[in-house]
Ligand binder design. Structure first.
Ligand code: NAP
Length: 305
C-alpha cells in the first residue's frame, strides 16, 4: 500500500518541518510493518568520537528520532584519543551485526583519524549516510544505492513543490561531497540542466540568475541576494550559519540566502531554520528503513517511501 505524504504547497514558504514530520510518521508506520514481518526492529548505529558539542547535539537528536520512529538505536561514544584501529574494528563489528541495518559515523572526526578510511570501512549496504564511494558511484551511474540525506531531502521538497523537474535550469552553489555534488547528480537524474557553481565561479550572480531552481550550499551567511534570483525561481537554502543576534550577546541562525529580500522575488523558498534542516534526520530514518528491508531480504515497494 502506498500512502502519499501530505503536500506542502501553501504559499511561498516551503515548510520542511511539516514535510519532515510527515516523512517521519510514514517511516514509523513502515518500521512497525517491518518489525511484524522481520520479528526484529530496524536498527541504526551511531558512532561518536570525542566531545564536539555540535556533534553531541546531532547524535542525541538522531538517537531520539530513531527511537520515536520505532527503530532500535545503538550509540557508541568513544574518547577523542581513540586509535584508528579500534574505530575501524568497531565499524567492522557493526558491519556484521545482524541487529544493525544502518551505520553512521558522526563527522567531523578528530584530526588524527582518516575520515575517508573510516567511511570506506562501512559496508556500502549499511552506509545510510551515502558517503561511501560505492554509493557515490551508484548515484553517478544511476544505480540504486544510498544517497546523502540532506540533498535527498532537498530533492523531496523540490518534487513536492514543483512536480516534474524535467527541463528546468538548476544552479547548485557548492561542490562538497556531502551536499553540492550529490544534489547536482540528483537534479541531473530528474532531467534538469545543471550548473555547479563554487568559489572559483566567475560572475556568480549572473550564473544564478538563469536558474529556475537555486540550491545554495555554501556556508556564507545571506550570500545570495535578491537581484541574483530570477523572478519566480524556487530557492532551496541548505546553509546553516550562526551570526550575531539583534540583542547583544545573542546569536541567531541564517541561511546562505538573504531570505527577507529573496522571498520577495522567488515563487517558493525554504526558511532557515525550518526548511532543509529538519529533512536531514527524517531522510536518515528513511534510509535506515530501506536498509533494513534490504538486509532482511524483504520487499519494500520502490514507491513506498
Ligand atoms: P563545504 O564542504 O564547506 O562546501 C562549501 C562549498 O561552497 C564549496 O564547494 C565552496 O567552493 C563553495 N563556496 C565557498 N565560498 C563560495 C563563494 N564565495 N562563492 C561560491 N561558492 C563558494 O560545506 P557543505 O558541507 O557543503 O555545507 C554547506 C552549508 O550547508 C553549510 O552552511 C552547512 O552548515 C550547511 N549544511 C546543512 C545541512 C542541513 O542539514 N541543513 C547539512 C549539511 C550542510 P570550493 O569547493 O571552491 O571551495
Amino acid at each position: 500500500m502506498t500512502d502519499t505524504l501530505a503536500p506542502v504547497r501553501d504559499g511561498k514558504i516551503i515548510d520542511g518541518k511539516a514535510f519532515a514530520a510527515d516523512l517521519r510518521a510514514k517511516v514509523g508506520r513502515l518500521a512497525a510493518q517491518f518489525e511484524a514481518q522481520a520479528r526484529r526492529k530496524a536498527g541504526l548505529a551511531v558512532v561518536l568520537v570525542g566531545e564536539d558539542p555540535a556533534s553531541q547535539v546531532y547524535v542525541r537528536a538522531k538517537g531520539k528520532s530513531t527511537l520515536e520512529a520505532g527503530m532500535a538505536s545503538f550509540e557508541h561514544r568513544l574518547p577523542a584519543d581513540t586509535d584508528e584501529a579500534d574505530l575501524l574494528a568497531l565499524v567492522e563489528a557493526l558491519n556484521v551485526d545482524p541487529a544493525v541495518d544502518g551505520i553512521l559515523v558522526q563527522l567531523p572526526l578528530p584530526r588524527h583519524l582518516d575520515e575517508q578510511k573510516v567511511i570506506a570501512t562501512i559496508s556500502p549496504d549499511k552506509d545510510v549516510d551515502g558517503f561511501h564511494v560505492t554509493n557515490a558511484g551508484r548515484l553517478a551511474v544511476g544505480q540504486p544505492g544510498f544517497v546523502p540525506c540532506t540533498p535527498l531531502g532537498c530533492l523531496m521538497l523540490l518534487k513536492d513543490r514543483l512536480g516534474s523537474l524535467s527541463g528546468l535550469e538548476a544552479v547548485v552553489i557548492g561542490r562538497s561531497n556531502i551536499v553540492g555534488k550529490p544534489m547536482a547528480q540528483l537534479l541531473l537524474a530528474e532531467s534538469c540542466t545543471v550548473t555547479i557553481a563554487h568559489s572559483r565561479t566567475r560572475d556568480l550572480p549572473d550564473v544564478v540568475r538563469r536558474a529556475d531552481i537555486v540550491v545554495a550550499a555554501v556556508g556564507r551567511p545571506e550570500m545570495v541576494k535578491a537581484d541574483w534570483v530570477k523572478p519566480g525561481a524556487t530557492v532551496i537554502d541548505v546553509g546553516i550559519n550562526r551570526v550575531p543576534g539583534r540583542e547583544p550577546g545573542k546569536t541567531r541562525l541564517v541561511g546562505d540566502v538573504d531570505y527577507a529580500a529573496v522571498s520577495q522575488v522567488a515563487s517558493a523558498i525554504t526558511p532557515v531554520p525550518g526548511g532543509v534542516g529538519p529533512m536531514t534526520i527524517a531522510v536518515l530514518l528513511r534510509n535506515t528503513l530501506v536498509a533494513a528491508y534490504a538486509n532482511a531480504a524483504l520487499d519494500l515497494a520502490s514507491d513506498a517511501i
